[in-house]
Design a protein around this ligand. Structure first.
Ligand code: ATP
Length: 235
């Protein structure tokens, strides 16, 4: 389990997150829904250790990682693919991927590298290209692949399909579901709420920094608030 308990966090001034608690199990896609500015990315940052919480705890398989910086959380099994991807633009696709596995043994890294290329076969032909010369969808595959190189137990995907052509959105969401099938716990923040809930197992709605609803994806898909606010009134 990846677990947040009563997280209070924010930037300067008043906190953005108020007592946020959630848990993501191994092997599930957990969808975090909410309007722009609700606090979804702030939850992702607090979980990944980019933002220190003012109170509350984060645990990864019962290990308390609340005081850990991001790199130690990666070693503990938690990786984040941030909304803005943060690739090394002048480095090649190969180097971006390998950097993601810097904590691993040489053999582990080589095995996962092959697995990432199986997952995203399009990247095979692009390994020598500079990351900044790829399309948005290709860059997102590299960003996810780089996070996978750490062999995470839990993966946070913050708006992985932002700015992507519909065909890539489907590819990315299918891959998220495939990772869960292999036992990874995926926290998915996604604007395409209908598509996210179609691949998700459970989810939660964030409003003004609070979790206001949690439940199985099938129930969220027909919940009147979710339908009205995030599915354009169509269940
Ligand atoms: P979106 O869907 O638009 O990405 P979100 O649900 O991910 O929104 P957050 O990015 O977590 O929302 O933002 C929550 C609140 O925190 C907003 O009021 C936002 O303005 C504020 N905020 C986000 N990042 C920062 C920052 N670096 N410094 C100060 N305030 C911030």
């Amino acid at each position: 389990m990846l677990r947040a308990e009563s997280l209070v966090a924010g930037y300067l001034g008043a906190p953005v997150l108020h007592e946020v608690s959630l848990s993501v199990a191994a092997g599930e896609v957990f969808c975090l829904l909410g309007a722009n500015g609700a606090g979804k990315s702030t939850i992702a940052r607090a979980l990944a250790g980019i933002l220190a919480p003012r109170s509350g705890t984060v645990t990864v398989n019962d290990l308390d990682v609340t005081g850990y910086p991001p790199n130690r959380r990666v070693r503990a099994g938690l990786s984040l693919v941030p909304e803005s991807r943060h690739l090394f633009g002048r480095s090649t696709v190969r180097d971006n991927l390998l950097l993601g596995g810097y904590t691993r043994s040489r053999t582990g890294r080589a095995e996962t590298f092959d697995r990432v290329l199986n997952l995203f076969p399009q990247l095979g032909a692009l390994l020598g290209r500079r990351a900044r010369d790829l399309s948005g969808g290709e860059q997102q595959m590299v960003a996810i692949g780089r996070a996978l190189m750490a062999d995470p137990a839990f993966l946070i995907l913050d708006e992985p399909s932002l700015g992507l052509a519909p065909i890539y959105v489907d590819v990315i969401l299918e891959q998220a579901a495939g990772l869960a099938e292999r036992g990874v716990g995926v926290l998915l923040i996604e604007q395409n709420v209908g598509k996210a809930l179609a691949v998700g197992h459970r989810g939660a709605v964030v409003e003004a920094g609070r979790i206001v609803l949690t439940g199985p994806a099938a129930e969220l898909r027909t919940d009147p608030t979710v339908v009205d606010s995030y599915l354009g009134g169509v269940a």
